[in-house]
Structures are given as structure tokens and as C-alpha cells.
Design a protein around this ligand. Structure first.
Ligand SMILES: C[S@@+](CC[C@H](N)C(=O)[O-])C[C@H]1O[C@@H](n2cnc3c(N)ncnc32)[C@H](O)[C@@H]1O
Length: 269
């Protein structure tokens, strides 16, 4: 049976940390084993040592497959609903009041698309009630597999548990598949999100973004990586722009120009 030695696990930890900043704790050993077992079998490797050598080869194409396997992509529509309410009821009206008719939004760890599509629904709803309001919405992740799933936009009912029925009726189509019931996001919503691959450890060319969602990813980083990631995103945000993290994260231990104004909500000073 496939196992992983302490030394092999240390090498996996080092690769994960240097490539995507994720700090794999020793308790993640069984998870790594279960996620990579099939891949090692397909490659006919009976131990992790040759697999690690493959990952360490320069320009290794295996890295993408490895990153796709080791990232955690749990998400659902309207996760932390209060933050979407704050966006809809406070931020967007305050921008309109300042005569700003267009907002630019970026979901920086978008996983399978539930977060950016929730943003798209909120922004479309707002635009329907506020003539002249427009938005640009982009979404990125390091994991190429989840980006493809996001572009497909077909979801398990579990992902929709926080979506009000009126919005389900309006923006989803129910499908019967061999895997059971699925919900396809409407083309009206789908067409509003531009997905792209981006590693949060690298700088972004984006500027003048009004709102960044970066939820449930900082939790995988240590203090230093968290500070680097936040500092790399700060120049992308306009002064007075909003930055969202999840309810289980904080920026208490890092230096940044972001000031806490609500539950997981910051403003750039
Ligand atoms: C748990 S999901 C969060 C999804 C969504 N933001 C939410 O809160 O529901 C975390 C995502 O962060 C992505 N991720 C991890 N490290 C990353 C990195 N260095 N750059 C970009 N995305 C990364 C993972 O691939 C994963 O899809």
C-alpha cells in the first residue's frame, strides 16, 4: 500500500509552500496520500520519491496536476450572506451617491465559481434597480481544474443551499443528469464573469479595482505569506476600495493599509 515517509512529506510541504504559499501541516499527510494515490498509480510509482523528483524537474508539467490535487476548493453560493448584503445595501448605494456608475470587482480565489457568480447576481440585481449602473467582474484561482468547472457553471444542489428560491428560479436551470439533479447558472450571469489563472504569490497588473473578495484562502498561508499576498493586492485596489476576507480569517498580525470596517470587511486607507 502507498505510504509517505516523513522526508517525502517534508519535500511535498516545501514544494507546496514555495509554489503556492500553502502551508501543509503534518496532519494533512492522510489527505495528501488520498489525493495523490491515483496519480502515482497512473504514473506507475510505488513511492513518493520519483514523484517528488518529477515535480522538482524544471518546467515540470506535473506541477499543474499536483497543485490541482492539493488545493482545497470548498465553496458555495452566497457564503457569508451578510457580506453580500453589505455590498448590496451599503457599498453600491454609497458609490452611486458619489456618482460612480461603474464598479470593478475581483474574486481572487474563486474556486469553482460560486463566489463570483454570487457577486454577479447581486450586481445584476442592483443594476436592474439602478439605471446606468454597470460593472466589470473578474475571477481567478491557481487551480486550472476548478477554473474549468467554474466556466461550465453546473452545480450540485448543496452549493445552492444559501440561495433564496426567487434567485434560484431567476438565475438557474434545473437539469436531471445521471449524477442526479444539477443546477446550471444562466448565461446572463455566466457572461458577466471573466475567469483567469492567477497565483496570489505573484504581482497583478490590475489597477483601480473597487472591490476585492479574497475569502477562505488566507487561512492556508502563514503570517509572512499572508502579508505578502495582501501587500501584492493593495496596489490593485483604489483608495477607499473594499477588501473582503472570510469570517474565520483576520489581518490582525500583518502590516497593510487596510482598515477593518465590518465583519471581514476592510477599506483601503
Ligand atoms: C476554499 S477555496 C475559497 C473559495 C471562495 N473564495 C470561498 O470563500 O468560498 C480556496 C481557493 O484558493 C485557491 N488558492 C490556493 N492557493 C492559491 C494561490 N497561491 N493563488 C491563487 N489561488 C490559490 C485554491 O485553489 C482554492 O480554490
Amino acid at each position: 500500500m502507498l505510504d509517505i515517509t516523513d522526508k517525502e512529506f517534508e519535500s511535498i510541504q516545501k514544494i507546496t509552500y514555495s509554489r503556492i504559499g500553502v502551508n501543509l501541516r503534518p496532519t494533512k499527510k492522510p489527505l495528501i496520500l488520498s489525493r495523490l494515490r491515483k496519480r502515482l498509480e497512473d504514473l506507475n510509482f510505488s513511492t513518493f520519491t520519483p514523484y517528488i523528483a518529477l515535480l522538482e524537474k524544471s518546467g515540470s508539467e506535473e506541477l499543474e496536476i499536483f497543485i490541482n490535487a492539493v488545493t482545497t476548493n470548498e465553496t458555495y453560493f452566497f457564503r457569508h450572506t451578510g457580506q453580500f448584503n453589505y455590498l448590496y445595501e451599503q457599498i453600491l448605494p454609497s458609490l452611486i451617491a458619489k456618482d460612480q456608475k461603474k464598479v470593478t470587482v475581483w474574486s481572487g480565489a474563486s474556486s469553482t465559481g460560486e463566489e463570483p457568480y454570487s457577486l454577479a447576481i447581486a450586481l445584476i440585481e442592483f443594476a436592474k434597480k439602478n439605471r446606468g449602473f454597470t460593472f466589470e467582474l473578474s475571477a481567478s484561482d491557481i487551480n486550472t481544474e476548478v477554473l474549468e468547472e467554474a466556466k461550465e457553471g453546473i452545480y450540485d444542489p448543496r452549493s445552492l443551499k444559501e440561495v433564496p428560491q426567487s434567485l434560484v428560479d431567476k438565475y438557474f436551470t434545473k437539469q436531471s443528469t445521471k449524477h442526479g439533479e444539477r443546477f446550471a447558472i444562466s448565461s446572463e450571469v455566466k457572461s458577466r464573469v471573466e475567469f483567469f489563472q492567477h497565483n496570489l504569490l505573484t504581482p497583478s497588473y490590475k489597477r483601480n479595482v473597487d472591490i476585492i473578495f479574497l475569502r477562505n484562502v488566507l487561512i492556508y498561508f502563514d503570517r509572512q505569506v499572508k502579508e505578502n499576498v495582501v501587500n501584492l493586492l493593495e496596489p490593485c485596489l483604489v483608495k477607499g476600495g473594499h477588501f473582503f476576507i472570510s469570517y474565520s480569517e483576520n489581518l490582525n498580525d500583518i502590516k497593510s493599509s487596510l482598515e477593518l470596517i465590518g465583519h471581514g470587511i476592510f477599506i483601503k486607507k
